[in-house]
Design a protein around this ligand. Structure first.
Ligand SMILES: N[C@@H](CCC(=O)N[C@@H](CS)C(=O)NCC(=O)O)C(=O)O
Length: 211
């Protein structure tokens, strides 16, 4: 399998964690999202993912999957151990709920393409863009803090899709210096995950394209 990734992409970071947890080998193909206007916009990559985003996972048969949550659930289907979702339907829904709070509600508002639009098209100052970024993380994390367990992971004693989404989002928050002192459960779940080699190996700073 080939994973089209960028070291700083939190969506690609989710897939890197899932592949590592499953112990599935993959070839990393770095796509630089900012150099030369963004390599994701080059025709070669557009042919792989017309949405011009990472991650994209090319399967051995040549098919390409996009969207980190769809990719991770596919990996869980074809390689069920260790499971990334609980078997109980209610617990599954709760894990997916936390994952989607991050992947559907926080991340799209703070994504590179959205921030570039605020700056280039709408002409906002960097300080305003930083305030926007902080706002959506604090809003989302306040709700997540109220519902997660940190026991020791976000949804209990097993690592789940919720942790796979949470850890990259915390990394983004730290990079942009969002204060996390009001989120002790999130910080504890993040610390518990980062002790696991699968998470550590997937960190942005441990990628071959890290800068
Ligand atoms: N919902 C998508 C988000 C993918 C996404 O937006 N990736 C970002 C990096 S985290 C990207 O490739 N952005 C390209 C750009 O901003 O031009 C997923 O979960 O895979």
């Amino acid at each position: 399998m080939k994973l089209y990734s960028y070291f700083r992409s939190s969506a690609a970071y989710r897939v890197r964690i899932a592949l590592n947890l499953k112990g599935m080998p993959y070839e990393m193909v770095p796509i630089h999202l900012t150099k030369d206007g963004g390599h994701q916009r080059k025709p070669e990559f557009r042919a792989i993912n017309p949405q011009m985003r990472v991650p994209a996972l090319e399967l051995p048969g040549g098919e390409v999957l996009t969207q980190s949550l769809a990719i991770i659930e596919y990996l869980d289907d074809i390689h069920p151990k260790p499971p990334l979702l609980p078997s109980d339907p209610l617990a599954r829904a709760k894990v997916r709920s936390v994952a989607q709070m991050i992947a559907c509600d926080i991340h799209p508002l703070n994504n590179l393409i959205a921030l570039q639009y605020l700056k280039r098209e709408l002409k906002h100052e960097q300080a305003e863009i930083d305030a926007w970024y902080h706002h959506w993380i604090i809003e989302g994390f306040t709700a997540i803090e109220a519902i997660i367990a940190s026991a020791p992971y976000a949804c209990g004693p097993q690592v789940t899709l919720a942790d796979i989404c949470l850890v990259p989002q915390v990394a983004n928050a730290r990079r942009l210096k969002v204060p996390l002192d009001k989120f002790p459960k999130i910080v504890a779940a993040d610390a518990a995950c980062l002790k696991l080699p699968a998470f550590d190996k997937a960190r942005p700073e441990n990628q071959p394209d890290a800068e």
